[in-house]
Ligand binder design. Structure first.
Ligand code: ZN
Length: 302
Protein backbone atom coordinates (compact mmCIF):
# COMPACT_ATOMS: atom_id res chain seq x y z
CA UNK A 1 0.00 0.00 0.00
CA UNK A 2 1.49 3.34 -1.01
CA UNK A 3 1.97 6.32 1.34
CA UNK A 4 -0.65 8.19 -0.71
CA UNK A 5 -3.21 5.43 -0.06
CA UNK A 6 -2.51 5.50 3.70
CA UNK A 7 -3.02 9.27 3.78
CA UNK A 8 -6.34 8.95 1.92
CA UNK A 9 -7.62 6.20 4.26
CA UNK A 10 -6.61 8.22 7.38
CA UNK A 11 -8.29 11.32 5.98
CA UNK A 12 -11.51 9.37 5.35
CA UNK A 13 -11.38 7.90 8.86
CA UNK A 14 -10.56 11.14 10.71
CA UNK A 15 -13.21 13.21 8.96
CA UNK A 16 -15.68 10.30 8.59
CA UNK A 17 -16.05 11.09 4.91
CA UNK A 18 -18.49 8.77 3.19
CA UNK A 19 -19.01 8.45 -0.51
CA UNK A 20 -22.44 9.56 -1.61
CA UNK A 21 -24.26 7.08 -3.78
CA UNK A 22 -25.56 8.70 -6.94
CA UNK A 23 -29.32 7.98 -7.02
CA UNK A 24 -29.35 8.60 -10.77
CA UNK A 25 -27.11 5.54 -11.16
CA UNK A 26 -28.28 3.30 -8.34
CA UNK A 27 -32.00 3.34 -7.62
CA UNK A 28 -33.41 2.30 -4.26
CA UNK A 29 -34.72 -1.23 -3.96
CA UNK A 30 -38.40 -0.22 -3.97
CA UNK A 31 -37.87 1.68 -7.23
CA UNK A 32 -36.25 -1.34 -8.88
CA UNK A 33 -39.03 -3.61 -7.61
CA UNK A 34 -41.69 -1.22 -8.89
CA UNK A 35 -40.09 -1.22 -12.36
CA UNK A 36 -40.17 -5.03 -12.39
CA UNK A 37 -43.74 -5.26 -11.07
CA UNK A 38 -44.89 -2.85 -13.80
CA UNK A 39 -43.41 -5.23 -16.37
CA UNK A 40 -45.22 -8.17 -14.77
CA UNK A 41 -48.49 -6.31 -15.26
CA UNK A 42 -47.83 -5.70 -18.94
CA UNK A 43 -45.81 -8.66 -20.26
CA UNK A 44 -47.77 -11.91 -20.52
CA UNK A 45 -44.73 -14.19 -20.10
CA UNK A 46 -43.60 -12.33 -16.93
CA UNK A 47 -44.92 -13.33 -13.52
CA UNK A 48 -43.88 -11.60 -10.29
CA UNK A 49 -44.00 -13.63 -7.09
CA UNK A 50 -43.15 -13.05 -3.44
CA UNK A 51 -41.47 -15.30 -0.92
CA UNK A 52 -42.04 -13.40 2.32
CA UNK A 53 -40.41 -10.01 1.56
CA UNK A 54 -38.39 -11.34 -1.38
CA UNK A 55 -39.54 -10.44 -4.88
CA UNK A 56 -38.80 -13.02 -7.53
CA UNK A 57 -39.68 -13.26 -11.15
CA UNK A 58 -40.68 -16.19 -13.35
CA UNK A 59 -40.23 -15.68 -17.10
CA UNK A 60 -41.77 -18.34 -19.32
CA UNK A 61 -39.52 -19.26 -22.24
CA UNK A 62 -40.96 -19.62 -25.73
CA UNK A 63 -39.87 -23.27 -25.82
CA UNK A 64 -42.42 -23.98 -23.07
CA UNK A 65 -45.10 -24.34 -25.76
CA UNK A 66 -43.33 -27.41 -27.19
CA UNK A 67 -41.30 -28.81 -24.26
CA UNK A 68 -43.50 -30.02 -21.40
CA UNK A 69 -40.84 -29.99 -18.67
CA UNK A 70 -38.73 -27.09 -19.88
CA UNK A 71 -35.71 -26.37 -17.69
CA UNK A 72 -35.19 -23.03 -15.97
CA UNK A 73 -32.07 -20.95 -15.49
CA UNK A 74 -31.82 -19.42 -12.01
CA UNK A 75 -30.10 -16.05 -11.69
CA UNK A 76 -29.52 -14.18 -8.42
CA UNK A 77 -28.54 -10.51 -8.13
CA UNK A 78 -27.63 -8.33 -5.18
CA UNK A 79 -26.65 -10.95 -2.64
CA UNK A 80 -24.06 -8.64 -1.08
CA UNK A 81 -25.59 -5.28 -0.21
CA UNK A 82 -22.65 -3.04 -1.14
CA UNK A 83 -22.45 -4.46 -4.67
CA UNK A 84 -25.08 -2.05 -5.99
CA UNK A 85 -24.21 -2.67 -9.62
CA UNK A 86 -25.49 -6.23 -9.39
CA UNK A 87 -29.22 -5.45 -8.97
CA UNK A 88 -28.85 -2.48 -11.33
CA UNK A 89 -27.58 -4.84 -14.00
CA UNK A 90 -30.36 -7.25 -13.06
CA UNK A 91 -33.23 -4.82 -13.62
CA UNK A 92 -31.67 -3.58 -16.87
CA UNK A 93 -31.43 -7.15 -18.14
CA UNK A 94 -35.00 -7.89 -17.06
CA UNK A 95 -36.17 -4.84 -19.05
CA UNK A 96 -34.37 -6.22 -22.13
CA UNK A 97 -36.01 -9.60 -21.60
CA UNK A 98 -39.37 -7.82 -21.69
CA UNK A 99 -38.60 -6.92 -25.31
CA UNK A 100 -37.71 -10.44 -26.51
CA UNK A 101 -38.98 -13.67 -24.99
CA UNK A 102 -36.06 -15.98 -24.11
CA UNK A 103 -36.07 -19.70 -25.06
CA UNK A 104 -35.73 -21.28 -21.60
CA UNK A 105 -37.68 -20.44 -18.47
CA UNK A 106 -35.90 -17.98 -16.22
CA UNK A 107 -36.22 -17.62 -12.47
CA UNK A 108 -34.67 -14.36 -11.29
CA UNK A 109 -34.14 -12.95 -7.80
CA UNK A 110 -33.32 -9.28 -8.53
CA UNK A 111 -32.45 -8.10 -5.00
CA UNK A 112 -31.33 -10.86 -2.67
CA UNK A 113 -30.16 -8.70 0.26
CA UNK A 114 -32.57 -6.46 2.18
CA UNK A 115 -29.69 -4.23 3.34
CA UNK A 116 -29.16 -2.69 -0.11
CA UNK A 117 -31.00 0.51 0.81
CA UNK A 118 -28.82 0.95 3.89
CA UNK A 119 -25.81 1.09 1.58
CA UNK A 120 -27.55 3.73 -0.55
CA UNK A 121 -28.31 5.67 2.62
CA UNK A 122 -24.61 5.87 3.46
CA UNK A 123 -23.46 2.62 5.12
CA UNK A 124 -21.44 1.87 2.04
CA UNK A 125 -19.55 -1.24 3.22
CA UNK A 126 -22.42 -3.51 4.31
CA UNK A 127 -21.99 -6.95 2.78
CA UNK A 128 -24.04 -9.25 5.06
CA UNK A 129 -27.77 -9.36 5.80
CA UNK A 130 -29.55 -7.81 8.80
CA UNK A 131 -28.64 -10.86 10.92
CA UNK A 132 -24.95 -10.26 10.20
CA UNK A 133 -24.68 -13.37 8.03
CA UNK A 134 -23.03 -13.66 4.63
CA UNK A 135 -25.75 -14.98 2.31
CA UNK A 136 -23.14 -16.57 0.06
CA UNK A 137 -21.56 -18.64 2.85
CA UNK A 138 -24.79 -19.87 4.49
CA UNK A 139 -25.73 -22.58 2.00
CA UNK A 140 -25.17 -26.25 2.72
CA UNK A 141 -21.49 -26.76 3.20
CA UNK A 142 -20.68 -28.74 0.14
CA UNK A 143 -17.40 -30.37 1.01
CA UNK A 144 -16.77 -30.43 4.74
CA UNK A 145 -18.03 -28.70 7.82
CA UNK A 146 -16.41 -25.30 7.92
CA UNK A 147 -19.12 -23.53 9.87
CA UNK A 148 -16.58 -22.42 12.44
CA UNK A 149 -14.16 -21.10 9.87
CA UNK A 150 -15.60 -17.60 9.76
CA UNK A 151 -15.90 -15.73 13.04
CA UNK A 152 -19.05 -13.83 13.93
CA UNK A 153 -17.17 -10.60 13.25
CA UNK A 154 -15.94 -11.74 9.86
CA UNK A 155 -17.44 -10.32 6.67
CA UNK A 156 -17.90 -13.96 5.68
CA UNK A 157 -19.71 -15.15 8.84
CA UNK A 158 -21.70 -18.19 7.66
CA UNK A 159 -24.14 -18.40 10.58
CA UNK A 160 -24.46 -21.31 12.97
CA UNK A 161 -26.38 -23.73 10.77
CA UNK A 162 -26.52 -24.11 6.98
CA UNK A 163 -29.52 -22.47 5.28
CA UNK A 164 -30.53 -20.58 8.43
CA UNK A 165 -31.24 -17.51 6.28
CA UNK A 166 -34.37 -17.14 4.17
CA UNK A 167 -32.62 -16.20 0.91
CA UNK A 168 -30.17 -19.13 0.51
CA UNK A 169 -32.92 -21.41 1.83
CA UNK A 170 -35.26 -20.18 -0.90
CA UNK A 171 -32.58 -20.56 -3.59
CA UNK A 172 -32.07 -24.14 -2.41
CA UNK A 173 -35.84 -24.75 -2.39
CA UNK A 174 -36.17 -23.49 -5.97
CA UNK A 175 -33.45 -25.88 -7.10
CA UNK A 176 -35.08 -28.73 -5.17
CA UNK A 177 -38.48 -28.27 -6.84
CA UNK A 178 -37.64 -26.91 -10.31
CA UNK A 179 -35.55 -28.50 -13.07
CA UNK A 180 -32.73 -25.94 -12.99
CA UNK A 181 -30.27 -25.94 -15.89
CA UNK A 182 -27.80 -23.14 -15.05
CA UNK A 183 -27.35 -21.19 -11.85
CA UNK A 184 -25.70 -17.76 -12.10
CA UNK A 185 -24.85 -15.65 -9.04
CA UNK A 186 -23.95 -12.05 -9.93
CA UNK A 187 -21.51 -10.17 -7.67
CA UNK A 188 -18.90 -7.42 -7.90
CA UNK A 189 -15.49 -6.67 -6.43
CA UNK A 190 -13.37 -7.89 -9.32
CA UNK A 191 -13.69 -8.98 -12.94
CA UNK A 192 -14.18 -12.72 -13.04
CA UNK A 193 -16.20 -15.55 -14.51
CA UNK A 194 -16.02 -18.40 -12.05
CA UNK A 195 -17.53 -21.86 -12.06
CA UNK A 196 -17.79 -24.25 -9.12
CA UNK A 197 -16.12 -25.46 -7.03
CA UNK A 198 -15.66 -22.41 -4.80
CA UNK A 199 -14.71 -24.29 -1.65
CA UNK A 200 -12.29 -27.01 -2.70
CA UNK A 201 -9.14 -27.08 -4.79
CA UNK A 202 -9.24 -30.84 -5.16
CA UNK A 203 -12.89 -31.52 -6.01
CA UNK A 204 -13.37 -32.08 -9.71
CA UNK A 205 -16.09 -33.34 -12.05
CA UNK A 206 -16.49 -34.56 -15.60
CA UNK A 207 -17.84 -31.36 -17.18
CA UNK A 208 -15.49 -28.93 -15.40
CA UNK A 209 -13.15 -28.51 -18.36
CA UNK A 210 -16.08 -27.92 -20.69
CA UNK A 211 -17.51 -25.21 -18.41
CA UNK A 212 -14.17 -23.43 -18.20
CA UNK A 213 -13.65 -23.56 -21.96
CA UNK A 214 -17.08 -22.04 -22.56
CA UNK A 215 -16.39 -19.25 -20.08
CA UNK A 216 -13.01 -18.59 -21.67
CA UNK A 217 -14.66 -18.18 -25.08
CA UNK A 218 -17.12 -15.69 -23.60
CA UNK A 219 -14.40 -13.79 -21.77
CA UNK A 220 -12.35 -13.59 -24.94
CA UNK A 221 -15.19 -11.72 -26.64
CA UNK A 222 -16.61 -9.62 -23.83
CA UNK A 223 -14.26 -9.44 -20.85
CA UNK A 224 -10.59 -9.94 -21.63
CA UNK A 225 -9.61 -8.70 -18.16
CA UNK A 226 -11.80 -11.34 -16.48
CA UNK A 227 -10.22 -14.10 -14.43
CA UNK A 228 -11.76 -17.37 -15.64
CA UNK A 229 -11.94 -20.80 -14.02
CA UNK A 230 -12.84 -22.59 -10.81
CA UNK A 231 -13.17 -19.98 -8.07
CA UNK A 232 -11.27 -22.15 -5.60
CA UNK A 233 -8.25 -22.33 -7.87
CA UNK A 234 -8.34 -18.91 -9.50
CA UNK A 235 -9.33 -16.60 -6.65
CA UNK A 236 -6.96 -16.20 -3.72
CA UNK A 237 -9.31 -17.75 -1.15
CA UNK A 238 -11.63 -20.71 -0.59
CA UNK A 239 -15.30 -19.84 -0.16
CA UNK A 240 -17.24 -22.45 1.83
CA UNK A 241 -21.01 -22.70 1.78
CA UNK A 242 -21.66 -20.76 -1.43
CA UNK A 243 -24.99 -21.10 -3.20
CA UNK A 244 -23.16 -22.12 -6.39
CA UNK A 245 -21.45 -25.09 -4.72
CA UNK A 246 -24.67 -26.11 -2.97
CA UNK A 247 -26.68 -26.08 -6.18
CA UNK A 248 -24.00 -27.79 -8.24
CA UNK A 249 -22.96 -30.54 -5.82
CA UNK A 250 -26.16 -31.04 -3.79
CA UNK A 251 -28.92 -30.08 -6.27
CA UNK A 252 -27.02 -31.19 -9.38
CA UNK A 253 -27.69 -28.26 -11.72
CA UNK A 254 -25.85 -28.57 -15.02
CA UNK A 255 -23.54 -25.62 -14.28
CA UNK A 256 -23.13 -23.05 -11.49
CA UNK A 257 -21.38 -19.78 -12.21
CA UNK A 258 -20.39 -16.77 -10.14
CA UNK A 259 -19.82 -13.60 -12.14
CA UNK A 260 -17.89 -10.68 -10.67
CA UNK A 261 -18.95 -7.81 -12.89
CA UNK A 262 -16.85 -4.86 -11.70
CA UNK A 263 -14.10 -3.97 -9.25
CA UNK A 264 -11.28 -1.54 -8.65
CA UNK A 265 -7.92 -2.66 -7.35
CA UNK A 266 -7.57 0.17 -4.81
CA UNK A 267 -10.46 0.70 -2.44
CA UNK A 268 -8.91 3.55 -0.49
CA UNK A 269 -11.88 5.73 -1.41
CA UNK A 270 -14.28 3.29 0.19
CA UNK A 271 -16.56 0.44 -0.75
CA UNK A 272 -18.86 2.40 -3.06
CA UNK A 273 -15.97 3.03 -5.45
CA UNK A 274 -14.39 -0.38 -4.99
CA UNK A 275 -17.52 -2.31 -5.95
CA UNK A 276 -19.42 0.02 -8.28
CA UNK A 277 -18.74 2.29 -11.28
CA UNK A 278 -19.09 5.97 -10.38
CA UNK A 279 -19.86 7.33 -13.84
CA UNK A 280 -22.94 6.75 -15.94
CA UNK A 281 -20.76 5.99 -18.96
CA UNK A 282 -18.85 3.22 -17.20
CA UNK A 283 -21.99 1.78 -15.60
CA UNK A 284 -23.73 1.57 -18.97
CA UNK A 285 -20.64 -0.03 -20.50
CA UNK A 286 -20.61 -2.74 -17.82
CA UNK A 287 -24.35 -3.32 -18.02
CA UNK A 288 -24.20 -3.69 -21.78
CA UNK A 289 -21.39 -6.22 -21.86
CA UNK A 290 -22.73 -8.31 -18.98
CA UNK A 291 -26.15 -8.42 -20.59
CA UNK A 292 -24.39 -9.81 -23.67
CA UNK A 293 -22.72 -12.43 -21.50
CA UNK A 294 -25.94 -13.41 -19.70
CA UNK A 295 -27.78 -13.62 -23.02
CA UNK A 296 -25.03 -15.77 -24.55
CA UNK A 297 -25.51 -18.24 -21.72
CA UNK A 298 -29.29 -18.42 -21.72
CA UNK A 299 -29.41 -18.55 -25.53
CA UNK A 300 -26.68 -21.23 -25.62
CA UNK A 301 -24.54 -19.18 -27.98
CA UNK A 302 -21.30 -19.76 -26.13
ZN1 ZN B 1 -20.31 -10.43 -3.50
Amino acid sequence: MSFKCVVIICTLWIFNIKATVNPQLYARSEVIEHRIEQLCENIDYFECKHENDLLWLHITGYMATTVVTLESDLIVFGEHARELISSTLGVSWIERLAQTQPPYNLVIIPIANEMRNDVIDGDECIRKNSNGIDLNRNAKLAFFDKAGRYSQFSEEFAGITPLSEAEPKFIDKLAEHLPIRYFINVHSGEFAMYCSPDGSKTETFATQGEHIQRLKKLANVYCKECVVGSAAKKSNYLAHGTNADNLFFNRHVAAAFTFEVYGTMIDSDGCYKAFNPLSNKRLLYEIDRWINILNAIIYNTF
